[in-house]
Design a protein around this ligand. Structure first.
Ligand code: TLP
Length: 357
């Protein structure tokens, strides 16, 4: 375990599997942050932000990119930019945008969500075609479809490039736009073993997070064509997201993109080992994903404990996992989780389960 600090001291007290958002900046990121050349980014004068935006756009094969505070802001800016108030947006009932972004779509965008079933982690073209209502005086105009890759609530499921291309073709044929919440898009690309551009090329806009498995302390990217990003920049400003010497945080984002992507495969391998170990514990069931990424959903219903009771007992053993439903826990593997932590976690699950009988 390295680079993990509390009050400036390197420590390792707990195995924190609640989220990859708990990753701390690497030493190299901290150095880059301290030394970053900066300027006023609202005036377009921060060289480090400009460098990050250029690099980010190149990485996902888009013309331009915008550095935003968070994934939530990136998704909201994208939906605002693609739509007008009163429009309808087709998205998954289990999507992060619908369920975990405080309803910004409705509250701030004045948008009407039309939900489709994404319980398996993706949306098929036929579902969009069924959800599309066509022209009628009673209906709001449908403007946008949103997908999520990897899909958080289904346990880090991956949507493959061919599926995205098919969906994009159906969406574009009907004059709609396609936005991808790619908070963990590099996890998807690494799991599939393909360039990320194969996943991002078909969509009109993509948001991805620097602050999750890639370990930057703050920030996400919204990427798309130059005209879209120019308009998105104004929406970011409306939301209060125009930052000044943001190069200080953008510097960490540059290192996230240059150095932290390939290592995601280590998280995936450890998640697979964790899943294999947990699967041997009676009453504990790992909900299978289509490709192994870094998120595990673990059904502990068979132990007779609720997820929050189970999480409470794990916590006493120094393991933190997040209750996701009454009987499901989520564990997310990231840079601060090593092989020993995986063994400790499997042992703790076995111990808690043993006590529950
Ligand atoms: N997800 C967080 C929590 O909000 C649940 C997590 O710990 O997984 N899209 C997806 C798919 C996400 O998982 C998240 C964050 C976001 C968007 C929002 O990103 P932030 O937290 O930067 O606003």
């Amino acid at each position: 375990m390295q680079d993990y600090f509390i009050n400036g001291q390197p420590v390792k007290t707990i195995v924190d599997l609640r989220s990859d958002t708990f990753t701390q900046p690497t030493n190299k990121m901290r150095e880059a942050m301290a030394n970053a050349p900066v300027g006023d980014d609202v005036f377009g004068e921060d060289p480090t932000v400009k460098r990050l935006e250029k690099l980010a756009a190149e990485r996902v094969g888009k013309e331009a990119a915008l550095f935003v505070v968070s994934g939530t802001m990136g998704n909201l800016v994208a939906t605002l930019t693609h739509t007008r108030p009163g429009d309808e947006v087709i998205l998954g009932a289990n999507s992060h945008i619908y369920g975990h972004e405080v309803g910004g779509l409705a509250r701030i965008g004045g948008l009407m969500p039309r939900l489709v079933d994404d319980g398996e982690g993706n949306i098929q073209p036929a579902q969009v075609l069924t959800a599309l209502r066509g022209e009628d005086i009673h209906y709001p105009p449908t403007r946008l479809v949103c997908i999520e890759n990897t899909h958080n609530m289904s346990g880090g499921r991956v949507t493959e490039a061919a599926q995205i291309r098919a969906l994009a073709a159906a969406v574009h044929e009907r004059g709609l736009k396609l936005h991808m919440d790619g908070a963990r898009i590099f996890n998807a690309a690494v799991a599939l073993g393909i360039p990320v551009t194969e996943l991002t090329e078909p969509v009109d806009s993509v948001m991805f997070c620097l602050s999750k498995g890639l370990s930057a302390p703050v920030g996400s990217i919204l990427a798309g064509d130059a005209e879209f990003i120019a308009r998105a920049r104004k929406f970011r400003k409306i939301l209060g997201g125009g930052m000044r010497q943001a190069g200080v945080i953008a510097a960490a984002g540059i290192i996230a993109l240059e150095e932290m992507i390939d290592r995601l495969s280590e998280d995936h391998a450890r998640a697979e080992r964790l899943a294999a170990g947990l699967a041997l514990i009676p009453g504990v069931e790992v909900i299978a994903s289509n490709y192994q990424t870094n998120i595990l959903l673990i059904d502990i219903g068979g132990t007779g404990l609720t997820a929050s009771q189970f999480a409470g007992k794990l916590d006493q053993a120094g393991i933190r996992a997040l209750p996701r439903s009454k009987t499901t826990l989520r564990a997310v593997v990231h840079r601060h989780i090593d092989d020993e932590d995986i063994q400790k976690t499997i042992a703790a699950f076995g111990h808690v389960r043993g006590k529950a009988r």
